[in-house]
Design a protein around this ligand. Structure first.
Ligand SMILES: [Zn+2]
Length: 222
């Protein structure tokens, strides 16, 4: 079972992916975690990726693709040759672009495999903005708040010390909307790609985490 878990920032992938992996006995492959591990281990791929990240650039498609291919080959080898004994894989944060999605399929085809399902956690734009844009911090004691989900008892004032609550510029609603727009531009073609192959399931990610997980599990077992 090879699943691509998709969804915009704030949709809850980071919460749901490890939980699904444990439930269906799959490896959770997070590209963010992988980049950190490869870099720390000083592998050729890791050093290459680090060069781009240190310069503030995005890691190029081909570097990401090579890294994922190597990781998936390792995971398959661990599970043994038979399909029944192979552990599943949940990809989180990859593919992010159409080029990555196509390369992933090519790499899998070379080993006789394929992506079984792409699952998209769908959350309304306004809700994502609420989740992402509500973060605030006390300027004095640094206590964290969320203006919607864990607000202070008096607006704009820290419960602990009476200090002013401040928001980072990239957590302001306009900045969050821009981040989501950029994400849409990159991933809409990836969604279309899996939809055209009849592998895309879109589930409602707006509910409580336990409810979303039930939907996710059903989609994974479809
Ligand atoms: Zn405070």
């Amino acid at each position: 079972m090879r699943i691509v878990l998709m969804g915009p920032p704030g949709a809850g992938k980071g919460t749901q992916a490890p939980r699904l992996a444990e439930k269906i006995n799959a490896h959770h492959i997070s590209t963010g975690d992988m980049l950190r591990a490869e870099t720390a281990a000083g592998t050729e791929l890791g050093l290459m990726a680090k060069k781009f990240m240190d310069a503030g650039d995005l890691v190029p498609d081909q570097v990401m693709i090579d890294m994922i291919a190597a990781q998936m080959a390792t995971q398959t080898a661990v599970g043994g040759p038979g399909a029944d004994t192979e552990p599943g894989i949940i990809l989180d944060g990859f593919p992010r672009t159409l080029a990555q999605a196509e390369a992933l399929d090519e790499a899998l085809q070379a080993t006789g495999g394929a992506i079984d399902a792409a699952i998209m956690l769908d959350v309304e734009r306004d809700e994502l903005v609420r989740r992402l844009a509500g973060r605030a911090t006390c300027a004095n004691c640094k206590a964290p708040y969320h203006l919607t989900f864990s607000p202070p008892s008096k607006e704009g004032v820290c419960d602990n010390c009476g200090g002013n609550l401040v928001q980072r510029p990239d957590d302001q609603p306009e900045a969050v909307r821009h981040r989501l727009h950029v994400y849409d531009d990159q991933t809409a073609p990836v969604l279309d790609y899996y939809r055209a192959k009849d592998k895309l399931t879109v589930i409602d990610g707006a509910g409580a985490p336990d409810d979303v997980f039930k939907l996710l599990l059903a989609a994974a077992r479809r």
